[in-house]
Design a binder for this molecule. Sequence first.
Ligand code: NA7
Length: 590
Amino acid sequence: MSDTDIDLDELERRYAQERDKRLRSDGMAQYEPLGKRFAALARDPHADPDFKRAPIEEDGEVLIIGGGFAGLLAGARLREQGVDAIRIIEKGADFGGTWYWNRYPGAACDVESTVYLPMLEELGHVPTERYPRGSEIQAYCGRIAERYDLRRAALFQTLARKLRWDAGRARWIVETDRGDRIAARFVISCTGLLSNPKLPRIPGIETFAGHAFHTSRWDYAYTGGDESGGLTGLADKVVGIIGTGSTGVQVIPHLAAWAKHLYVFQRTPASVEVRANRPLTDDDFAGLEPGWQRQRRDNFTTLTGGGYAPVDLVGDSWTDIIRSVMPRLENGEPVADVEAIRRAEMRKAEGVRQRVAATVRDPETAEALKPWFHYFCKRPCFHDEYLESFNRPNVTLVDTQGKGVERFTPAGAVVAGTEYPLDCLVLATGFDFLVDYCEEAGLEIVGDGGVDLSDRWADGPLTLHGMQTHGFPNFFMMAIAQAGAAVNYVHTADEQTQTIAQIIAETRERGATRVEPSLAAETAWVETIVEGAKARRAFLESCTPGYYSYEGRRERKAALNDFYAGGPMAYIEHLRDWRDAGGFPGLDWT
Ligand code: NA7
């Protein structure tokens, strides 16, 4: 399509119309966590429910909360610094974090394995596919744990509950749900970004009498099969699914293949692009020079963060848009042409809609599957069988016109007055995102002088680099609020953990008992975030709501939860410069 075929103003009008259909007054309150009213749905299907162990009392060096990639990388980098007394507390029965919980059929990473999986060079690992499956990623987490001898540090099926800074002993005292009392000089909280499943507060949902589960707690005992499919238990079942985000798009082709009938209740259509997965072989890695992964990851994060790079090393659907809107170079400096970027973005979104039209046979279904929002408003999805699923006779798309399911009855879901009887309801409704740090982490954190972090952060986080906060010495967070938001969070996490491990090493070398950001350094960083976030927030207000836009919220909390405006690669470079500068300016040691 040529640029002149795109009427930008008309498109903007259409986007605004679609956003208005989806806007709701209850914002974030439209969701509730899995664990409260629906505690049974939060049960871990992979763990031994009868697991017991005696409580532990110990005094260690570093306590890490969470055994996903962030926690594992923190452990690995600390081992590299020679720290032996590490303890890792993990809710699940194994390492893996996101990939421990999300074992739904089709679960795979949408970022290329060569940039997503950390430490490929250190471990000499060759991923099997371009886009790795969940089970392979989880197994790889186990390999990192073995390599850095982290398994002996782990307390699985354990939740950290309360952290209290004991100034007299210069120790954090950590209590868990299993009665442990662990003292540690340093605490690194790695509780995840999208780790608390959320449910929509749809009227009557609690009365639904069929079988229901969230995708992050997939019930294979009911569906049969495994991550690769074979859901034979659904052969005589009418299944409904709510959620057409990254998860829904991966699950739906499997449900479509096995259910007697599948109803897809759609609120906002996903933007679904080409995935083009393929096996990787040694040839893909032949001739790569040491340091190749850092170069490749930096390149991917630069391009997907909207920056300039002379080459595109990954060259997939993620980087395609950047290729087409690459800023021009003037005197060696990249210069963004705002109008050209706007047109390229519209062209990209139009291409996504044309793919729907070319794939889905029923014109009405195809029309309903077309996304009408700015390409950057929501995380794009990548799949080569999703759209085809809607050509099956046993699949019905129920387009809710941006409203979602109206209500539930014991028999099923109601949309626009029509009841759809269901045997099984699959909730692909996502996870809490930047709601409230302590609430999401499930932690009560009491710092210097008895100050509760949730009180200090009542209006939103106050940090230096998104990783440390004044008055909470020797405490680190792995998060993205006030940090760099990369498409590939593991890249950010890797740089954050290298920084944290170096700060801890320096604290030990100095013989200091506490390290924390000065109030002045923290205030300056927060101001940088809030100022820098203005342009992005203005853009998000034009978007169809979702977790990127904080469901359309405008208050200070949303601004404080925002990201480093220079982009993820600039944030990473800022951390590198800070590490290299020596002495970590902005930190106070005692
Ligand atoms: P997402 O991306 O948050 O998707 C959740 C989906 O659930 C999305 O399509 C929502 O529609 C839908 N939803 C939520 N509430 C309702 C109601 N009430 N009715 C209908 N539909 C509803 O979560 P995912 O698990 O797919 O992906 C999470 C992240 O994992 C992803 O971003 C990647 O980082 C990997 P909406 O679009 O809000 O209208």
